[in-house]
Design a protein around this ligand. Sequence first.
Ligand SMILES: Cc1cc2nc3c(=O)[nH]c(=O)nc-3n(C[C@H](O)[C@H](O)[C@H](O)COP(=O)(O)OP(=O)(O)OC[C@H]3O[C@@H](n4cnc5c(N)ncnc54)[C@H](O)[C@@H]3O)c2cc1C
Length: 509
Amino acid sequence: MQLVWFKRDLRLHDHAPLSAAARRGPVLPLYIVEPSLIHAPDFAPRHWTFISGCLCELRTALARLGQPLVVRVGEAVEVLDRLASEWPIEAIWAHEETGNLLSYARDRAVRRWARARGISFHELPQNGVVRRLPSRDEWQARWEERMAMPQAQPPAALPPLPIDPGPIPSAAELELPPDTLLERQPPGETAALATLTDFLSRRSRHYHRALSSPLTAWEGCSRLSAYLAWGALSLRTVVQATRARIAELSQQPDPAEAGWLRALAAFESRLHWHCHFIQKLEDEPEIEVRNLVRAYDGMREENHRPDLIAAWAAGRTGYPFVDACMRALTATGWLNFRMRAMLVSFVAYDLWQHWREPGLILARRWIDYEPGIHYCQLQMQAGTSGNRTIRIYNPIKQGIDHDPEGIFIRRWVPELAHVPTAYIHTPWLLDRAGQERAGCRIGRDYPLPIVDHDAAYRRARAAIAAVRARPETAIEVAAVHQKHGSRRAPPPRPRRTERGSARQLRLDL
Ligand SMILES: Cc1cc2nc3c(=O)[nH]c(=O)nc-3n(C[C@H](O)[C@H](O)[C@H](O)COP(=O)(O)OP(=O)(O)OC[C@H]3O[C@@H](n4cnc5c(N)ncnc54)[C@H](O)[C@@H]3O)c2cc1C
């Protein structure tokens, strides 16, 4: 008997382990709810709600083939050991996972256990991330090869087994706190495929123009991240569908479609980024917990301020656009890239806090939490990854650029609903009478800014410059680039002159 272990790959289509196992005989399809993972500090009830929705659909889809998904609660080795005592398991099939340090240790333990029991354990690639990659020089070609491979077809039928599938436990049964999400994406493979089709056929037309502002991003971005993160959709399916759509649009004589092609090209490049970042964690799992460039160790640690982190996490910094983004994230589990970067910039530069604790808070809030992307982006936005450009976002300028009328702010920070537009990004500048008319006393109904951005900007710039000036930093940064760099020259960036409080710091490393 072949055991297929579903992890972050909750789908039927393009599931190579399932297809390969089914060619060899009867299949026991298994999902393990692992207490050590679901009670870890990067896991949240909203993740379980999404996962369990995917599991329900997968169970039904597999049942239609003949054998429903079996669900067990327990640590992986324990559960597998019990099943191996009851069933003649010849081999375990799974996808390679680039997860957190816990799942990394878990996979090693399962490999050791399987070897000891004489059970072969086949781990097949899940995306463009290459295990034991010898050098980044060949990564791009390997990614292309993987994306061009035919998608694995689901088996036509699975022989039924006399095994109790077991319940899919509720959050309460797993002793998880209640899920407080207000708006949620529908889970599962059907919703994933529908979202992909809807994006490629309609919503992607203005993707490159819609992705920066939270006013347009909810509709204009693909919204595929949660499906990719939990594997309801394979990256190969997305890449191939995107390329087919590009080919289709290229054949249309209408020059108006050139913009759409540009939008899809911008989208496709992000599908490379998906694996580019995960590859870094695959190659260096410790970057979940420590700076990629060790020269930055000690830069912020002594300034740990739980009260400031708590205000940031609650959406009560006194900077309306930052607070609106945080509250929107808390309620929906999603945020567009720029706003994610701004939240990290604020906590890392304005509040001068180490990325680790805020990173766990964000991991619990993103419905699409993908450790490889998350920790690399977190470090990149906090300036500890050796990236060439360090960007300190100005929270007022971001609001003015991306929410000029304050529509997004008013929706998510209702205390400010009646503040005049001229003051919506800087309500503390409104005089007392104006505050009374707006029904919002700053400092009582909505906080005063918890930090002065201009002063924080100067402090951050000086601290970073001091570390960069050390010769050993340059040596380390070069080594990091050699190990993790994309090998693609970054496109030249237009330089703008920014002044006063509208200034945004960018340092070329
Ligand atoms: C601090 C920080 C943490 C992040 N954490 C995560 C995370 O845990 N999970 C996650 O999927 N994305 C993460 N991102 C990247 C990005 O913000 C999201 O992928 C994107 O907003 C998801 O929405 P979408 O699917 O509509 O994206 P689209 O813009 O439609 O992009 C399509 C897909 O491309 C990939 N992608 C897009 N942007 C990036 C990027 N900058 N880096 C790597 N891959 C990208 C994702 O898989 C995404 O689903 C993070 C970004 C930052 C700044």
